[in-house]
Design a protein around this ligand. Structure first.
Ligand SMILES: Cc1cc2nc3c(=O)[nH]c(=O)nc-3n(C[C@H](O)[C@H](O)[C@H](O)COP(=O)(O)OP(=O)(O)OC[C@H]3O[C@@H](n4cnc5c(N)ncnc54)[C@H](O)[C@@H]3O)c2cc1C
Length: 314
């Protein structure tokens, strides 16, 4: 039987966290092996303009930024394989990964699998993504299309309140649409949101459609009141969906420590509960969820992995 490939560093994921981890470990001569997953380049490839990544005063296309990150890491010896990790065994070293049926052994692993935002799954939502539908106020709120406009935030948790509050800087009125008659958010966040004169709650209601596909941009949302069954249309220029994120970390359950929502919990620095397995980016971050913070964690994980290997005389 062929011996599985043995890698010094395997990076699982090719978003900002993954490629930054690859860049740093490549420059440390560790020839990292990057497993791209189903979305090479990660979430940022789905956005046309990134205006808050330092170094790009005019903004940068998300796909272009990620292609540049990949090229930069490859220049120093990083290698990539289009593949998805199906199984991981962290019970003994070297660690064993199964990637599309092949076995790969690794002395260290950096998990950078990101998190997926939850969708409303209503008509118009997917089609109008980036045309007024967004999942990140910090990323998109300042775009000209939302300035002094009626905006909608969907959700009732801390994130929805944070998004609504952030948007008060740009929008004229922020309608906060929630399926219940009280917010799920912490008291302090609820109070802050509800006492802001620009935020108007719409209780007991769900979005049943995002309008208007025919016009190729968001013009409003169709609402249904869950108590009365009444339907209505609320005009708006933007729909910010804040109903939670699911970390892409299910395959590590039972081995890697996670919080109640499935986010990986780093221990010291970026180390997980398994020595030699590190974590970076949105799969361990339910707070900031930005390209630059994911990249920063990728850098930290690479330095931690390098020091771990050095201490083991590799
Ligand atoms: C529409 C949109 C616009 C955004 N705009 C901005 C912005 O303007 N500015 C900003 O700072 N942030 C923005 N963000 C947020 C930013 O994209 C994320 O914070 C960032 O991408 C997180 O990087 P990451 O590397 O942690 O994860 P991701 O980018 O999500 O990458 C995860 C990677 O893991 C891979 N993967 C998952 N599971 C597996 C597996 N089992 N095996 C192998 N690989 C796997 C995926 O294929 C992917 O390559 C935006 C997000 C979205 C959705």
């Amino acid at each position: 039987m062929l011996r599985p490939l043995m890698e010094k560093v395997v990076v699982i994921g090719s978003g900002c966290a993954g490629w930054t981890a690859a860049l740093y470990t490549a420059r440390a001569n560790l020839q990292p092996f990057v497993l791209t997953g189903k979305q090479p380049g990660g979430l940022l490839t789905t956005t046309s303009i990134v205006e808050n990544y330092p170094g790009f005063p005019e903004g940068v296309d998300g796909y272009e930024l990620m292609t540049r990150m990949q090229k930069q890491a490859e220049r120093f010896g990083a290698r990539a394989r289009f593949g998805t990790v199906e199984k991981a065994d962290f019970s003994k070293r070297p660690f064993a990964l199964v990637v599309d049926g092949d076995k790969i052994e690794a002395k260290t692993v950096i998990i950078a699998t990101g998190a997926s935002h939850r969708h409303l799954d209503v008509p118009g939502e997917d089609f109008l993504e980036t045309k007024g539908v967004t999942y990140c106020a910090t990323c998109d709120g300042a775009l000209p299309v939302f300035r002094n406009q009626l905006l909608v935030v969907v959700g009732g948790g801390d994130s929805a309140c944070e998004e609504a509050l952030y948007l008060t800087r740009f929008g004229s009125v922020i309608h906060l649409i929630h399926r219940r008659d009280t917010l799920r958010a912490s008291k302090i966040m609820s109070n802050r949101a509800l006492s802001n004169p620009k935020i108007k709650p719409v209780w007991d209601s769900v979005v049943t459609e995002v309008l208007d596909v025919k016009q190729d941009k968001v013009t409003g949302v169709r609402l249904k009141n869950l108590k009365t069954g009444a339907e209505s249309v609320l005009n708006c220029a933007g729909v910010f969906i804040a109903i939670g994120h699911s970390p892409n970390a299910d395959i590590f359950k039972g081995q890697i420590e996670m919080d109640a929502n499935g986010f990986i919990v780093p221990k010291e620095g970026t180390m997980t509960n398994v020595p030699g397995v590190f974590v970076a980016g949105d799969c361990a971050d339910h707070v900031y969820r930005q390209a630059i913070t994911a990249a920063g964690m990728g850098c930290a994980a690479a330095i931690d992995a390098e020091r771990f290997l050095a201490a083991q005389n590799h």
